[in-house]
Design a protein around this ligand. Structure first.
Ligand code: ADP
Ligand code: MG
Length: 398
């Protein structure tokens, strides 16, 4: 990677220095305000512990939820700090503000190896405007800057981009580095054959990714409701399936340009509606009944996609193959996850991007059997599209 990372700082650099670290602690909360899923907190631990182990005074800040530009106790980082304290051996404290004098003062009371969690960055209206004065105030809480919030890197906010104007060095944390390495390298220099699998609800959100991947892949396999827009472009009946009528022409042009590299499902699992899963049945793609909808790829497609994965050396997957939230329409999604886990086992690089795909992999218990499961939904898509992420661009070059 061409950006400076923690490994570019000598071990002796850390002791006594305040490491202002932008993490992605935008975690789901339970109704009682406690952390419902701590995946993102655990994902930042390597960076946090590495610095605290070396005597840094680690100052963490993040956004959480969508408060309306002012303090809102429902989105306080206090419960995140509590959860973090259960995951690290270093002392964790919480301070109820960020980007102000009081927060900077609180950091002065830290001992080497201490961790301080600051309050939600979005309690400031200036955060999402990349407000310059706020950036400077954030910077006062650190002696150097670390960005480990890959999931927020596609936004130019005060805490992700602006702050780097006031705090140097500004380097990538380990999670950020891993994300950029896997997502970047997969596309730039894949071990071939390179197979991409794209699914999800809408073509519209994935057009740029398809465009960016097409020239790079050996095969691009399409699933999810997205496939139905392509079916419509082929003149097939799609029944009650989710189709984006205004993207049909685009789907046709993509198909024409992609040639043999683009594969659409051969068959579909359909049902009259989602609430009647017991009526699910498989049909050929040219036999989708007018009064039913495709909710998953069919068994033949599952088998053929699994074969493609089995012969690939790099597999990139974004977007569920069906409505995986409602069994039995999770079959295609689970089969892809399983095939990828097996591919990892024989040495292939396997990468999962996208919030729902990552959730499906977690539900299948296969997270540890992927080379990389990206923590950044929108950010991973934008990065795969080849866009420059403001939070990454703001870090120092090597
Ligand atoms: P990701 O978050 O992994 O990028 P998306 O957000 O693009 O994935 O898509 C996930 C959604 O797509 C899921 O909620 C899933 O139910 C929906 N979906 C997948 N296939 C279908 C289908 N055939 N019909 C309707 N919805 C579908
Ligand atoms: Mg999603």
């Amino acid at each position: 990677m061409n950006k400076k990372t923690l490994k570019d700082l000598p071990d002796a650099f850390f002791r006594g220095r305040r490491a202002l670290t932008r993490v992605d602690f935008n975690v789901p909360l339970d109704a009682d305000g406690s952390v419902a899923d701590d995946t993102r907190i655990r994902a930042a631990l390597p960076t946090i512990d590495y610095m605290a182990d070396r005597g840094a005074r680690v100052v963490l800040f993040s956004h959480l939820g969508r408060p309306k530009g002012g303090p809102d106790p429902r989105y306080s980082m206090a419960s995140v700090a509590r959860r973090l304290s259960e995951l690290t051996k270093h002392p964790v404290r919480f301070h109820g503000s960020s980007g102000d004098e009081a927060a900077a003062v609180a950091t002065r009371g830290l001992a080497d190896g201490d961790i301080l969690v600051l309050e939600n960055t979005r309690f400031h209206a200036g955060e999402e405007k990349n407000d310059d004065a706020l950036s400077e105030s954030f910077a006062a809480a650190g002696d150097f800057f670390v960005n480990d919030a890959f999931g927020s890197a596609h936004r130019a906010h005060s805490s992700t981009a602006g702050v780097t104007a006031y705090l140097k060095p500004a380097v990538a944390g380990f999670l950020m580095e891993k994300e950029l390495d896997y997502l970047g390298t997969a596309v730039a220099e894949p071990k071939r054959p390179f197979v991409a699998i794209l699914g999800g609800a809408k073509v519209s959100g994935k057009i740029d990714v398809i465009e960016a991947l097409l020239p790079k892949v050996d095969g691009l396999l399409v699933g999810g409701a997205m496939a139905c827009t392509f079916f419509r472009a082929m003149g097939l009946e799609t029944g009650k399936s989710l189709v984006e009528p205004d993207r049909v022409d685009l789907a046709r042009s993509l198909t024409d340009r992609a040639g043999f590299r683009l594969t659409l499902p051969h068959d579909a699992t359909v049902a009259p509606s989602l609430d009647r899963p017991q009526l699910a049945h498989a049909v050929r793609r040219d036999a989708i009944p007018m009064d039913e909808a495709m909710f998953d790829i069919g068994p033949e497609t599952i088998a053929s996609y699994a074969r493609a994965i089995a012969s690939a050396n790099t597999v990139l997957w974004n977007g569920p193959m069906g409505v995986f939230e409602t069994p039995p329409f999770d079959a295609g999604t689970l089969a892809i996850a399983q095939a990828m886990a097996e591919a990892t086992g024989r040495g292939a690089i396997t990468i999962v991007g996208g919030g729902d795909s990552a959730a499906a992999v977690a539900r299948a218990g296969l997270e540890d059997r992927m080379s990389h499961v990206s923590t950044g939904g929108g950010a991973s898509l934008e990065y795969l599209e080849g866009k420059s992420l403001p939070g990454v661009a703001a870090l120092e070059d090597r």
